[in-house]
Design a binder for this molecule. Structure first.
Ligand SMILES: [Zn+2]
Length: 409
């Protein structure tokens, strides 16, 4: 088993992650070394030295170059490393997109001999680096500049090819160095997006359980418990996260990384991605199609989660299981587990609770604030369940709707 112990991984629950590895027999998974603290940037020099890496590539964009890239370059050069910086170019909206153009830019600018790549930025920069790292067989180190997404440690890279999003399985990082001083100066909307990605676990965990009960999809209690704990920690520390306090940012980053590690170990994203992510992908594809400015992943997920909760609660309040036709797919299982499903949905916070949490951290709380039209929300509620071959509450609701059950969408 090739599992590193992790340096300074103060609160990331590495022990439980190892327990999960043993449970699912994922012996070949390599857990990255994780450092989440003030001054984490300074620790990168001794880490690369310990690995005997001397030829390094820093991948940045204009913003992340200023907040961390240049400082990191100086630190690494002081230790006699050869450092090449690749600054990824933005599109017409001033955004770096993980598409063919950006991937080719990085491939073209990569020096022939490179020992390690450092992804200095948020989710998109990581996705570009992850892909190139995997294809060139060069390891990479994650240096998040914002607590904005739960994908830093994952293998999946959502990339855009010919205007369509596709998630490609690539490489996870060797190590993650998240410097709290850097996360602190990140734009508030990025932190709010990370919080939104965590809030989405309310519905992703529910959908996962539903898919297990109704469609017998694989489920792991420990993974669900760990993800739920990470979500609850973020909700508990919402004030500290909103105020960008050290403790709040640390808890948010730990939660995002734990959620990412659970996906990495299970090798699927079910605990962290349900129908709220399907809505978010649907909206994203529409924006791509129209070549509009992209929205932050977690901002969409948080808003979508509130919409899904409202829909599910309306559904259980209106649906009469005793008069459900026996023609529905999975109806016997739904009948068997209806009381449990109802209870789980009733126990969720309502949409307004979720919206006020999102508001508190300074993120968008409604589709209007995201500039997503009511029509697009409606279309996504009717069609987004097609995006993935997964049983979710949204899929079941759409099934009933087809059979003329009046669902308030
Ligand atoms: Zn997500």
């Amino acid at each position: 088993m090739n599992i590193s112990k992790g340096v300074g991984c103060a609160k990331v629950n590495i022990e439980v992650i190892h327990q999960l590895i043993n449970e699912v027999k994922a012996e070949n998974i390599m857990i990255p070394e994780i450092v989440i603290e003030k001054g984490a940037l300074q620790q990168i020099t001794s880490y690369v030295k310990s690995k005997k890496f001397t030829k390094l590539v820093l991948v940045v964009d204009e913003n992340t170059k200023n907040v961390a890239g240049q400082a990191l370059k100086r630190l690494l050069e002081n230790e006699k490393n050869l450092v090449t910086t690749v600054e990824l170019k933005p599109n017409q909206h001033g955004q770096v997109i993980a598409n063919e153009e950006t991937l080719v830019q990085l491939l073209v600018e990569m020096p022939n001999e490179t020992h390690v790549i450092l992804a200095v930025g948020s989710g998109t920069i990581h996705d570009v680096v992850r892909f190139v790292s995997f294809k060139m067989n060069i390891p990479f180190i994650s240096v998040p500049t914002a607590a904005s997404v739960d994908g830093f440690t994952s293998k999946g890279a959502p990339l855009i090819f010919k205007g369509f999003k596709e998630t490609i399985q690539t490489a996870s990082p060797l190590a993650v160095f998240a410097d709290i001083s850097v996360l602190k100066i990140a734009p508030r909307e990025m932190t709010a997006a990370g919080f939104g990605d965590m809030i989405g676990k309310y519905t992703s965990l529910l959908d996962w359980k539903i898919s297990h009960l109704i469609a017998n999809e694989p489920y792991n209690k420990l993974a669900a418990k760990l993800t739920k704990k990470s979500l609850e920690a973020c909700v508990k520390y919402v004030h500290q996260i909103a105020a960008h306090e050290d403790e709040g940012l640390k808890i948010l980053m730990q939660s995002l990384i734990e959620s990412g590690l659970v996906m990495l170990v299970l090798d699927f994203s079910r605990p962290a991605s349900g129908s709220e992510h399907h809505l978010s992908h649907y909206w994203e594809m529409e924006l791509l199609k129209n070549e509009e400015k992209q929205l932050l992943h977690g901002a969409k997920v948080g808003v979508a989660s509130a919409i899904i909760v409202d829909l599910y609660k309306q559904f259980v309040a209106n649906f009469d299981i005793n008069h459900a036709s026996s023609n529905y797919i999975h109806i016997e299982h739904i009948r068997d587990h209806w009381p449990k499903m109802k209870q789980m949905i009733n126990e969720l916070p309502n949409g307004d609770n979720i919206r006020s949490l999102l508001k508190e951290v300074g993120g968008p709380a409604t589709s209007k604030e995201l500039n997503i039209s009511d029509q697009l929300v409606r279309d996504s509620l009717n069609e987004a369940y097609h995006l993935r071959d997964r049983c979710t509450g949204l899929l079941l609701i759409n099934q009933f709707k087809k059979h003329n059950i009046n669902i308030p969408i």
